[in-house]
Design a protein around this ligand. Structure first.
Ligand SMILES: NC(=O)c1ccc[n+]([C@@H]2O[C@H](COP(=O)([O-])OP(=O)(O)OC[C@H]3O[C@@H](n4cnc5c(N)ncnc54)[C@H](OP(=O)(O)O)[C@@H]3O)[C@@H](O)[C@H]2O)c1
Length: 284
């Protein structure tokens, strides 16, 4: 990589930030696209977030990705946010438009694009979303936006699932039927004719994590989606064993990055190259 006086800078704000795959993926994408950009990790403490955001303007940085724990907090320091961010309440991409900082959320786009690539449509479907953190909120938004007929929600902490249901109802009114289910009773949904089941929790990231749910009673037509991208989870292994179609979180990661790439450069990202480098790095 050749850095010159003309090289444009983008990066990521997070704390910690050392685990992120985005610098690897984005730098390969810039190189492949022949763009004189460099993507760097910025470890930013919450107490420094205002100053760090101001520095985007000071250093004429093209934009940044934003990860845990700043996705919500950074909104206060931006000049404008997209319509989706107004609904989701979380930013993962900032674009510096001549000194005006605009916040976007591309996580939900990444999820939808990865499903489209696999030929999965959500319209009028029955979906089961497990989790109620940041990822679940973006995915829940995508699910109601795409017009799922019924959305079942569950979470280890029940009250957080109820909060998520309330938020999603505010976004989509009554068009999607939203039902909260107790975590301990999640296997009972096997007979509900669910089309797609999604893990939006962090369970499965670690080698010794137990399976999230027993899939044996669910129909083989079930599509299983897991946001975890660093390994093949027990959930995906079980789905494959039962002959169910499924995918892990790598597609979502790549496509949210590709949308950010497009927002910063106006160019289409080299998806296959990004996927290949991420797979190679993760050994998946
Ligand atoms: N593929 C992608 O592009 C992508 C994008 C964003 C995030 N992710 C992944 O999504 C996962 C969740 O991220 P997040 O930002 O939503 O995190 P978060 O806000 O911290 O939420 C974590 C969620 O996981 C649940 N959870 C944690 N440990 C659990 C356990 N042992 N059993 C059952 N549920 C458990 C939590 O339940 P409680 O509420 O009960 O604590 C909560 O719902 C992470 O692994 C992250 O890497 C992937």
């Amino acid at each position: 990589m050749k850095i010159t006086g003309k090289t444009k800078i983008v990066g990521i704000f997070g704390f910690p930030v050392s685990h992120t795959l985005s610098p690897l993926i984005q730098n390969v994408a810039f190189q492949e696209a022949g763009l004189d950009f460099v993507y760097v990790p910025f470890q930013v403490k919450s107490s420094d977030l205002r100053k760090a955001t101001e520095a985007i303007r000071v250093f004429d940085i093209v934009g940044v990705n934003v990860t845990i724990p700043h996705k919500e907090g950074i909104i206060d320091y931006l000049d404008e946010i997209s319509e989706e961010v107004k609904l989701i309440g979380a930013v993962n991409t900032v674009v510096n438009k001549g000194g005006k900082l605009v916040g976007y959320n591309t996580d939900w786009m990444g999820f939808l694009e990865s499903l489209r690539e696999d030929g999965v449509s959500l319209k009028e479907k029955k979906a089961f979303l497990i989790g109620a953190g940041g990822a679940a909120l973006s995915l829940g938004f995508a699910l109601v936006k795409e017009g799922v007929k019924t959305l079942f929600l569950t979470n280890r902490t029940y009250s957080r699932a109820e909060n998520l249901a309330r938020k999603l109802k505010e976004i989509k009114g009554d068009e999607t039927e939203i039902k909260v289910v107790e975590f301990e009773k999640k296997e009972k949904l096997a007979s509900e004719g669910i089309d797609i089941l999604i893990n939006a929790t962090s369970l499965g990231m670690k080698e010794k994590d137990p399976p999230l749910i027993d899939l044996t009673g669910f129909p083989p037509s079930l599509y299983v989606y897991d946001v975890i991208y660093n390994r093949e989870t027990e959930l995906l292994k079980e789905a494959k064993k039962l002959g169910m179609r499924c995918q892990g979180g790598l597609g979502m990661l790549i496509y949210q990055g590709a949308s950010a790439f497009w927002l910063w450069t106006g160019k289409k990202a080299p998806i296959e190259k990004m996927k290949a480098v991420a797979r190679d790095y993760l050994g998946v």
